[in-house]
Design a binder for this molecule. Structure first.
Ligand code: XIL
Length: 333
């Protein structure tokens, strides 16, 4: 959720009543937490952490290393304004950022999304310059083992040192709809675990739609990841009523809402099964109700969506009743 969500008392009440965990939507990202080098601002994130604490809710941390929502100075030279950071400088900044943020919330966060969206959408490797990320090209193969995943390994090391009890996650999207991406995640985590990198969780964002992927694809992905000996968390669940960016805005009719309810029911039946098998440890929605979804502006700005369990008036939708009537797995926001 966003810190502004708390200004709406009915929304805050809904969150406390219906969910047992929260995640900051934007407030724990690098541009908010460390807007200028070495100057940390935890004000908004602390408000969310305090809300979680006095409401008796758990807190998920999102996110320490990403290529989006980062401040301009991060990849610049030593003055933070000109030139480009060299490897040692970027590593120093990464270490200081992670140490400071994870230490600040030590003991309060059960899982950190340590790295976010580091897999390429184009190949089996890691996201690089051609996909707007400078991490791999600047840090490169700093330890000379022939792999360019050093920035990821360092991020996990620093997070683990700062809070050894927090679970640490690698988080990404389309892991249930793209086998290339799921395979890339599997291979990466397998190699990193063999190297002793402290990865506990694969985070599946799960921004899906009513039309795709199938629930059996989701099952395959969860079980593939769990076979590595890590746990899975669903980290940003929402189910768009659209199946492509070119679709015009439409009303969420009864028929659409009933299809959505059916898909949510099947999905949560699967989640319950996977949680009983010990594979899945949490499910987080990206937003608390349809008046509070990033999908109103993504992938099409201003096209209203209806992806969550509560409508714009905060009333439970058919999807909500389908889930609560069919199983008792508690969900998170
Ligand atoms: C989104 C936020 O919800 C928006 O408010 C912001 O404008 C962009 O980022 N994957 C992630 C999240 O890991 O951090 C993104 O959150 C949604 C996609």
């Amino acid at each position: 959720m966003l810190v502004s969500t708390l200004n709406n008392t009915s929304q805050a009440e809904l969150i406390r009543k219906q969910y047992d965990s929260i995640t900051a939507g934007n407030e724990m990202k690098w541009d908010v937490i460390e807007p200028s080098e070495g100057k940390f601002n935890f004000t908004n994130a602390d408000t969310i952490a305090d809300f979680a604490q006095y409401s008796g809710m758990k807190l998920r941390g999102h996110t320490l290393l990403w290529h989006n929502q980062v401040p301009n100075w991060l990849f610049k030279g030593p003055d933070g304004q000109t030139g480009t950071a060299i490897r040692d400088l970027l590593i120093k900044r990464l270490k200081n950022h992670i140490e400071t943020e994870v230490t600040h919330y030590k003991g309060k966060i059960y899982t950190w999304d340590v790295v976010n969206e580091v897999l390429s959408d184009k190949s089996a490797g890691l996201r690089g310059e051609d996909e707007n990320s400078h991490w791999k090209s600047i840090i490169g193969d700093a330890d000379g083992d022939g792999y360019d995943s050093d920035f990821i390994e360092l991020a996990f090391k620093y997070a683990h040192e700062a809070d050894p009890n927090a679970l640490l996650a690698i988080n990404d999207y389309n892991l249930e709809s793209s086998t290339t991406k799921a395979d890339a995640m599997y291979d990466l985590v397998k190699r990193l675990k063999a190297k002793g990198v402290p990865i506990d969780v694969i985070g599946m964002q799960m921004h899906i739609s009513i039309a795709y992927p199938s629930v059996s694809q989701v099952k395959q992905a969860i079980e593939k990841f769990a076979s590595l000996g890590v746990k899975v968390e669903v980290t940003e669940l929402d189910m768009s009523i659209y199946s492509s960016p070119s679709e015009q805005e439409k009303k969420a009719t009864d028929s659409i809402l009933s299809d959505q309810a059916q898909k949510y029911k099947e999905l949560f039946d699967l989640f319950k099964e996977e949680s009983q098998k010990g594979n899945l440890i949490s499910v987080t929605f990206w937003g608390s109700a349809d008046n509070d979804t990033w999908l109103d502006n993504f992938p099409v700005k201003g096209r209203l969506d209806a992806p969550l369990l509560f409508d714009r008036e905060l009333q439970p939708k058919p999807a909500y009743w389908a889930i609560v009537n069919s199983n008792k797995l508690k969900s998170h926001k």
